[in-house]
Design a protein around this ligand. Structure first.
Ligand code: FAD
Length: 431
C-alpha cells in the first residue's frame, strides 16, 4: 500500500487566522509552544492579569495537539498499583483525582469558550489481550473503587459484543467518564480562547535562545527568536515531544517517541455500529498498544506505536502498512475497507513515564504526558500558570522526582529506540 501522509483532523477545521504582529519588547510570560499546554496556560495567565506572548515555531496546534486520537482519558499511563508502589497511597490519590479533574477541565473550557469540537462523554474501553490482563483489570477496578472512590465497569468476555465487534479479546474495562473530541478543532478553539483573553500568539516564530538577563533591575529572560528578541519575566516551556537543545536539561529527560494513525473511508452506519456499538474510545492492554475509535463521520481511526522513531516519510509509510494489518487483526470486517489517511506525531515520555510540571533552571515547564496528554496537558497548562501567578505549586506532579537516563546515557538523541521497540515487543510476548 502506498499512501500519502495526510491528517484527517486537519480536513475538518479551518486554521485560526492569527495576524502576524511585531514582537513586544517585554512580557510577563513567554510561552514556548502553542499546543494544549501552552494555549491552556496562556488563557489562564491572561485571565489572571499577566501579559503573555505565545511563541510557536510552526502553527497553532502543529505538534502532537492536532495529530492525536482525540481520546480524553481518565487515569495515567502507569497503572495504579505501580503508582502506589512508587509514590504511596496519598500521593497516588491526588494524581488519580487530577486525571479525573483533567476531563472536567477540558469540558469546562469547551463549554465556556463554545468550542465546536464534538466533545462527548462517550467513555473509554480498555480491552484485555490476554486472560492475565483481564485479571489485572479486575484487581485494578477493585483498588480504584476502594482507594479512590471511582467506579469502573468490568466487562466479561461474553458481554464484550455489546462494547466491541471484535472476537480477539478476553474481556474489558469501561470508564464512563472519559470523553472524545476532535483535537484539531479543540486546539484551534483553545488558540482563539487564549487570544480572546488577551494573549499574543506568534506563529512561525521559533525560539532559538533563552538566556537569563535582568532588565531595569527586574530579573528575567532574554528570549531570542527567529524574528527578534523579547524580555520576559518568566518562561514556560510547553514543547512536549518536540523539546530541543534550547532547553538542554529538559531535552535530556524526555524521550521523543513516534505514534501513528490511519483513518479509513466513511463506513456504512450498520458496520460502524457493529465495530463500536457504544462509540467508545478504545485501547488494548499491550505495551506496544493499539488505540482506536470511530470519528464523528463514522470512519475507523486506528493508531499505535507502529514505529518507535518519530514521524518522517519512512516511518509514516511503514506505519500505514503495520497499522492496517493490526486493524484487520482486530476487525476482520475491515479487510476490504480503504485507508484514506495516515500521519504520525511525537509523544513525550519521561524516563519514569510520568507527567512533570514545575520549575527547572529557573524556567517553568509542563510535559511528559506519555500519550495521555489531551486532558492532562490542558489541566497542567492551567495549573502551572496558576503557580506562575501565585508562586504556589498545587499540582500533584510538581514535587515528584524527575529522573534522567540511568548513568546519564542520554543527551537528547534517542539512540536506544530500536532496542526499546524490541524490548516492549518481548514484554508483550511474556507478560
Ligand atoms: C499520534 C498521536 C496520538 C495521540 N493520541 C492521544 C490521545 O488519543 N489521547 C491523549 O490524551 N493523548 C494523545 N496523544 C498525546 C497528546 O497529543 C499530547 O500529549 C499533547 O498534544 C501534548 O500537548 P503539548 O501542548 O504539550 O505539546 P504539542 O502539541 O506537541 O506542542 C508543542 C509545540 O511546541 C512547538 N515548539 C517546539 N520547539 C519550539 C521552539 N524552539 N520554539 C517555538 N515553538 C516550539 C512545536 O512546534 C509544537 O507545536 C497522542 C499523540 C500523538 C503524537
Amino acid at each position: 500500500m502506498t499512501m500519502q501522509e495526510k491528517n484527517y483532523w486537519l480536513e475538518t477545521v479551518e486554521a485560526p487566522r492569527i495576524p502576524v504582529g511585531e514582537l513586544p519588547a517585554n512580557v510577563d510570560v513567554a510561552v514556548v509552544g502553542a499546543g494544549f499546554t501552552g494555549l491552556s496556560a496562556a488563557r489562564t495567565l491572561e485571565k489572571g492579569g499577566a501579559k503573555v506572548a505565545v511563541l510557536e515555531a510552526e502553527n497553532v496546534g502543529w505538534g502532537a495537539s492536532c495529530r492525536n486520537g482525540g481520546m480524553v482519558l481518565s487515569g495515567l499511563k502507569l497503572g495504579t498499583p505501580a503508582l502506589v508502589a512508587r509514590y504511596g497511597r496519598d500521593a497516588t490519590k491526588k494524581m488519580y483525582a487530577a486525571s479525573l479533574e483533567s476531563i472536567d477541565c477540558v469540558e469546562a473550557i469547551v463549554r465556556e469558550e463554545n468550542i465546536d469540537c464534538d466533545f462527548s462523554r462517550c467513555g473509554h474501553l480498555e480491552v484485555a489481550c490476554k486472560p492475565k490482563h483481564f485479571e489485572d483489570f479486575r484487581r485494578g477496578a477493585e483498588t480504584i473503587e476502594r482507594e479512590f472512590n471511582h467506579k469502573l465497569r468490568i466487562v466479561e468476555k461474553n458481554d464484550l459484543p455489546r462494547e466491541i465487534g471484535s472476537p480477539i479479546y478476553h474481556g474489558g474495562i469501561v470508564d464512563e467518564i472519559s470523553a472524545g473530541l476532535n483535537p484539531a478543532r479543540y486546539v484551534a478553539g483553545l488558540g482563539c480562547a487564549a487570544g480572546k483573553a488577551g494573549a499574543e500568539i506568534y506563529e512561525q516564530m521559533r525560539v532559538t535562545g533563552l538566556e537569563r538577563g535582568a532588565q531595569n533591575g527586574i530579573s528575567g529572560w532574554k528570549v531570542t527568536t527567529s524574528r527578534g528578541t523579547l524580555q520576559a519575566r518568566d518562561v514556560l516551556v510547553a514543547t512536549s515531544g518536540y523539546t530541543s537543545g534550547i532547553t538542554k536539561s529538559l531535552q535530556k529527560k524526555i524521550i521523543p517517541i513516534g505514534s501513528f494513525i490511519i483513518v479509513t473511508e466513511v463506513l456504512p452506519e450498520t458496520l460502524a455500529h457493529e465495530l463500536s456499538p457504544r462509540n467508545r474510545m478504545i485501547y488494548d492492554s499491550k505495551n506496544y498498544l493499539y488505540y482506536y475509535r470511530l470519528t464523528p463521520d463514522h470512519r475507523m481511526l486506528f493508531g499505535g506505536r507502529a514505529a518507535f522513531f518519530p514521524e518522517n516519510e519512512n516511518t509514516v509509510r511503514e506505519s500505514a502498512r503495520i497499522l492496517r494489518d493490526g486493524m484487520i487483526e482486530v476487525y476482520p470486517q475491515l479487510r476490504a475497507t480503504k485507508v484514506e489517511f495516515v500521519w504520525g506525531g511525537t509523544l513525550d515520555f519521561a524516563f519514569d513515564i510520568m507527567p512533570h510540571a514545575g520549575k527547572m533552571d529557573g524556567m517553568y515547564f509542563s510535559l511528559g504526558y506519555a500519550g495521555h496528554g489531551v486532558a492532562m496537558a490542558t489541566l497542567l497548562g492551567k495549573k502551572i500558570s496558576e503557580s506562575i501567578l501565585t508562586g504556589r505549586d498545587e499540582n500533584p506532579f510538581a514535587g515528584i522526582p524527575f529522573p534522567g537516563a540511568p548513568l546519564g546515557m542520554y543527551n537528547g538523541t534517542p539512540w536506544f529506540l530500536p532496542f526499546a521497540g524490541v524490548w516492549y515487543k518481548f514484554l508483550d510476548l511474556v507478560s
